[in-house]
Design a protein around this ligand. Structure first.
Ligand SMILES: Nc1nc2c(ncn2[C@@H]2O[C@H](COP(=O)(O)OP(=O)(O)OP(=O)(O)O)[C@@H](O)[C@H]2O)c(=O)[nH]1
Ligand SMILES: [Mg+2]
Length: 538
């Protein structure tokens, strides 16, 4: 009987794909192992499908984001970038603007306190010696465009004594401590670098540096630690620092993120009303530690100081124009120091807080052409030390709004008093329009602070004293503003890499809400049109 033969085992399949062979189930797989394997395969497929979906979504988002808009706000420090951003917020995200109203209270208090302390510094007899020092420095520095960096002869700085100076200093002494407290409150623990900004007086810094070095080299002699008086404050208003201690001089407050807003609003549980007059608000005024109490108790002395005609004369002599910075609040002392003070829109717009780094804000902008487009607006720090952070944002930008504060023709940079502000703006503008990376980017120029320009010219400050090239042309607003328009326009014409690019120039005062809303609407339409044109070409 022929021996029964078992059927031959199936020939192993021939796989052209070596991975398929590896994934084949093992021949001796048990039912349990089989069901675990199938479960694993299902899980893997689910994960793979979700990755595919994610990729598809990203592709879709990328396509959609072509209708979105990225705008960079550029310009030197204090040119008005953050103020412009606040105007965008007021127009396109009013709920956020209103929800932050209370948080700005701390910044406004600090702005007011610093203005008052600056006045006291200027009144101090010691400050005259400092001014002479500064004038010598500026004279040595020299600059093509500028005759004098601060526009006054050294002889103009010694002048009127204020009879009530000692009394003001004594009555306003609590503000020194309040300034420090507000600064600590606003600056997050890791924001030390941001608060300790570079000095606005390098000449004094270098003096201090050499003093410190000489102290360090002499320290081994066992001599007692010398004390350096920090000259920006009257010494008796208690501004001294030990040579081996830290610099306690006041610096302009800067914060990097929005965290500071929590300090005065959410964390304390205060509600932020839509307008200063609407709705019930929580009563911080019953908290004895709230800064408003110190301010309230110094209000009368602040008012007297600001109304004192000798003080005004002294400030004029020293060319200290507080109206150009946070001095705005000095005209509002009774309102701001009131226990139930809530900042108005204008107060928030005028609050000064220096930006460091780059801050991104997103708004949904609806127009008849373009519904629900996301606008990302990048607000950057404009100080010289901050500008290296701008370039990474050039890649993906649709438009740049460049702010040049044309009222600043008689001012110098806070970070380098040898440089005239207008000269810095012109150089910055030139390097921007000639940058090849930005050749296809829409550029909008805001010739800003026109309100201050008008006031300055009306007060008799002459442009030709600060810019040789202006010559003997009339010193009125029309002539001066036209001159700046042509000067910036000519730089664009000569240096732009893209001769087709149209330049949009606006005369602005970005603290003026109504005027700025109209300008922003026209800028918005221009950017959207240009974006649509580009999308059709891509
Ligand atoms: N009167 C007046 N004040 C302005 C105008 N634009 C800005 N300011 C004020 O100038 C100060 C500086 O403005 P910011 O918007 O903080 O300047 P910035 O360009 O963001 O400055 P950095 O953050 O240091 O780069 C603020 O107190 C503003 O209220 C303007 O057109 N007119
Ligand atoms: Mg800013």
């Amino acid at each position: 009987m022929p021996k029964e033969r078992l059927p031959p085992p199936p020939a192993p399949p021939i796989f052209s794909d070596p991975f398929a062979a590896a994934l084949l189930p093992p021949p001796d797989e048990s039912p349990d192992e089989r069901s675990r394997r199938i479960q694993r395969e299902h899980d893997a497929k689910r994960i793979s499908d979700s990755i595919d979906e994610q990729l598809q979504l990203e592709r879709f988002e990328r396509k959609k984001s072509r209708s979105d808009v990225n705008v960079l706000l550029l310009g030197q420090s204090e040119s008005g970038k953050s103020t412009t951003l606040k105007q965008f917020q007021l127009l396109y995200s009013p709920a956020t603007f209103h929800s932050e109203r209370i948080a700005w209270r701390a910044v406004i208090y600090l702005n007011l306190v610093r203005s008052v302390l600056r006045i006291l510094e200027a009144l101090a007899p010691e400050s005259d010696a400092l001014d002479e020092h500064d004038d010598l420095d500026s004279a040595e520095a020299g600059a093509d465009l500028v005759i004098s960096s601060n526009g006054r002869p050294p002889s103009a700085i010694l002048g009127t004594r204020v009879a009530k100076y000692e009394e003001y200093r004594r009555r306003l002494a609590p503000l020194v401590e309040l300034e420090e407290r507000l600064t600590r409150l606003l600056a997050a623990p890791d924001e030390d670098e941001a608060v300790r900004l570079p000095s606005s007086r390098p000449s004094l810094d270098s003096a201090r540096h050499s003093y410190r070095s000489s102290f360090e080299s002499n320290n081994h002699t066992g001599k007692p630690t010398p004390t350096i008086i920090i000259p920006q404050r009257h010494p008796q208003i208690q501004r001294s620092v030990s040579a081996n201690g830290s610099d306690a001089r006041p610096k302009e407050l800067a914060v990097r993120s929005g965290d500071w807003k929590r300090v005065f609003s959410l964390r304390m549980g205060y509600k932020s009303p839509k307008t200063p007059k609407s709705g019930e608000i929580e009563g911080w005024w019953v908290d004895p530690d709230d800064p408003v109490h110190t301010l309230h108790s110094c209000a009368r002395a602040m008012l007297e100081l600001w109304a004192d005609s000798q003080v005004r004369i002294r400030l004029d002599e020293k060319r200290l124009r507080l109206q150009e910075s946070s001095g705005f609040y000095l005209d509002e002392i009774p309102r701001i120091t009131a226990k139930k003070y809530i900042p108005t829109d204008e107060d928030v717009l005028k609050a000064r807080l220096k930006t460091t780094g780059v801050v991104e804000h997103t708004f949904v902008v609806n127009t008849s052409h373009n519904k629900g487009a996301h606008w990302r607006i990048y607000d950057v720090g404009g100080a010289r030390s901050q500008r290296q952070a701008w370039a990474p944002y050039f890649d993906d930008v649709n438009a740049i709004i460049f702010l040049a504060p044309i009222s600043a023709f008689d001012q110098v940079l806070a970070e380098d008093p040898r440089i005239n502000r207008l000269e810095d703006s012109l150089l910055l503008w030139k390097s921007l329009v000639s940058n090849p990376l930005l050749a296809k980017v829409n550029v909008i120029l805001f010739l800003n602070k026109c309100d201050l320009l008008q006031a300055k010219l009306d007060a008799g400050v002459r442009l030709s004293h600060h810019m040789y090239t202006y010559g003997d042309r009339p010193n009125d607003y029309e002539s001066v503003s036209k001159y700046f328009y042509n000067k910036f326009g000519a730089l664009h014409m000569s240096y732009s890499r893209n001769k087709e690019r149209a330049l949009n120039i606006h005369f602005t005062a970005v603290t003026d809400t109504r005027r700025t809303a109209t300008i922003i609407a026209s800028v918005r339409d221009m950017i959207i049109k240009s974006n649509l044109r580009t999308m059709r070409l891509v």
